[in-house]
Design a protein around this ligand. Structure first.
Ligand code: NAD
Length: 499
């Protein structure tokens, strides 16, 4: 099945850092292997950044912030550059998708959607900064107070491998729009698409030194970025465990932190739901993006009255989900990103066999003897204390659990350490709102798939994150809101030490 697999034309011979407008190797010359997820063979070497490389990148970004034009430009001028970036990304969406799909194993059709979303992120923040208004407060006759919003400095952006280019755009868009300069440390499993930003930004007219990229392992390059004293902001997306480490490492520097972490999101299907739509949505909700999706609805809680029917129909449909080469436009589930991740997901599939009733998948799909392919896997009758109910698997594996009452459904939904997303399927308006408002999740979709307007807050509660991004919340994270107070009337001035 994998014999038709070919690499895209014109792959780079090496993936390098990009610092102060130049592609450079690591100072110590070190590199790491980047694997093709279909063959697990090394297809390119990437520069392995260390502390010295981070220092070089931060120095360039700091100089561009302290002395360069970017933070001082009119919002309209920055907005024009951002729109040009969006135009270029849109015009290259197919090439971007081809490279992203090859590097990450994501199905090409879904990678194309992600490339377009990346362009949209830039366009959105380009529009937002020219429409931005800040608060002023008047105390009649006495005082005017206004907010002087300012970029903060060098933003450190650390991103995961699941939708690399799109998640980078999500941080780059607002960080740059607000006038900061950046050092990006992309995930080491998928460094290919990140290096394309350099050419895109140059072409769009972003000044030298504003965008810097250092590849490398999290414990080396990522760690050095978090601990660099000249980086006041860290925006991180990744595992909750890594988030905890970064929190600790950033604490002595009192940095601004935005944390988008893991999830184990519930989809609750009530007896009165439209089952056809709910099944389609919950299939897509966990198997899209290979199940490597932070907001995946990976626990499906189904009310007893429709439970058996739901499980039977869900399992039948899951068996029909098309696993295939990432480059095939008809593929619905591609190859997992890396053999280490594949081993992790497969270990959960084995654990699940002792914890639930396997009704679909459970191993490699037929015909795929090599590469990181996992058949869409469904376990029913999973108890809430099961590891596959509690732990983030981040692959095409789902746990289904029955419940009887609304209270029980809600309690099951909240019975994890995570709180990122939740999906509720019911035609009872009162129930829908009551459940939504009592679910411990940063985002809830009612009778809806995961469709998000860019103005809405994005973020999780509990172990799923701290802080919100999205719309103005991203602008708030990447700026200081300095309050300026002006006296209008007599100076309010209690005099000390009066003669
Ligand atoms: P990860 O935590 O292993 O790595 C994320 C990034 O952190 C990588 O660039 C890595 O090199 C870096 N890193 C690792 N250790 C570090 C350290 N000590 N200091 C600094 N940087 C370090 O996560 P992953 O496996 O790449 O991504 C999958 C995870 O991301 C899942 O848990 C998923 O739910 C989560 N995720 C969350 C969201 C969200 O918005 N909440 C979105 C996508 C993915």
């Amino acid at each position: 099945m994998t014999s038709n697999h070919t690499a895209p034309a014109d792959l780079p011979d090496r993936i390098r850092h990009y610092i102060n407008g130049e592609f450079v190797d690591s100072i110590d010359g070190d590199t790491f292997d980047v694997l093709d997820p279909v063959t697990n063979e090394t297809y390119v070497q990437a520069s392995a950044g260390k502390k010295a490389d981070i220092e070089r990148a931060v120095a360039a970004a700091k100089l561009a912030f302290d002395e360069g034009p970017w933070p001082r430009m009119l919002p309209r001028e920055r907005s024009r550059v951002l729109h040009r970036i969006a135009d270029i990304v849109e015009s290259r969406d197919e090439r971007l998708a081809e490279l992203e799909s090859f590097d990450s194993g994501l199905p090409i059709k879904q990678a194309l959607g992600q490339a377009r979303r990346a362009a949209e992120n830039f366009r959105f923040f380009a529009d937002l900064i020219v429409a931005q208004a800040d608060d002023t407060f008047k105390v009649p006759g006495r005082q005017i107070n206004y907010v002087n919003r300012k970029p903060i400095g060098v933003a450190g952006l650390i991103t995961p491998w699941n939708t690399p280019f799109m998640l980078e755009s999500w941080k780059l868009g607002p960080a740059l729009a607000t006038g900061n300069t950046v050092v990006l440390k992309p995930a080491e499993f998928t460094p290919l698409s990140a290096s394309l930003w350099a050419g895109i930004f140059e072409e769009a007219g972003l000044p030298q030194g504003v965008f810097n990229l250092v590849n490398g392992l999290g414990e080396d390059a990522g760690d050095a970025l978090v601990k660099h004293p000249d980086v006041p902001l860290i925006s991180f997306t990744g595992e909750s465990r890594t988030g905890q480490i970064i929190f600790g490492n950033a604490a002595p520097f009192l940095k601004g932190l935005s944390m988008e972490l893991g999830g184990k999101s519930p989809a609750i299907v009530f007896d009165d739901a439209d089952l056809d739509v709910a099944i389609d949505a919950t299939i897509f909700g966990v198997f899209s993006l290979n199940g490597e999706r932070c907001t995946a609805g990976s626990r499906i809680l189904v009310q007893r009255g429709v439970y058996e029917e739901f499980v039977t129909r869900y399992a039948e449909q899951a068996k029909r989900v098309k696993v295939g080469l990432p480059s095939d436009p008809t593929t619905e589930v591609g190859a997992l990103v890396h053999p280490e991740h594949y081993d992790k997901v497969m270990s959960y599939v084995e654990i699940g066999k002792g914890e639930g009733r396997l009704v679909a998948g459970g191993g490699r799909p037929e015909g795929f003897d090599t590469g990181n392919f996992v058949a869409p896997t469904v376990f029913a009758d999973v108890k809430p204390d099961a590891r596959i109910f509690q732990e983030e698997i981040f692959g095409p594996v789902v746990a289904i659990t029955p419940f009887d009452t609304d209270e029980e459904g809600l309690a099951l939904a909240n019975n994890t350490r995570y709180g990122l997303a939740a999906y509720v399927w019911t035609n009872d308006l009162k129930r829908a709102h009551n459940i939504a408002q009592n679910i411990e999740a940063g985002m809830v979709w009612l009778n809806s798939n995961n469709v998000r307007d860019l103005r809405t807050p994005f973020g999780g509660v509990k172990a799923s994150g701290l802080g919100h991004e999205g719309g103005y919340r991203s602008i708030d994270f990447y700026t200081d809101q300095q309050a300026v107070h002006i006296t209008l009337g007599a100076v309010h001035n209690p005099t000390f030490g009066k003669q």
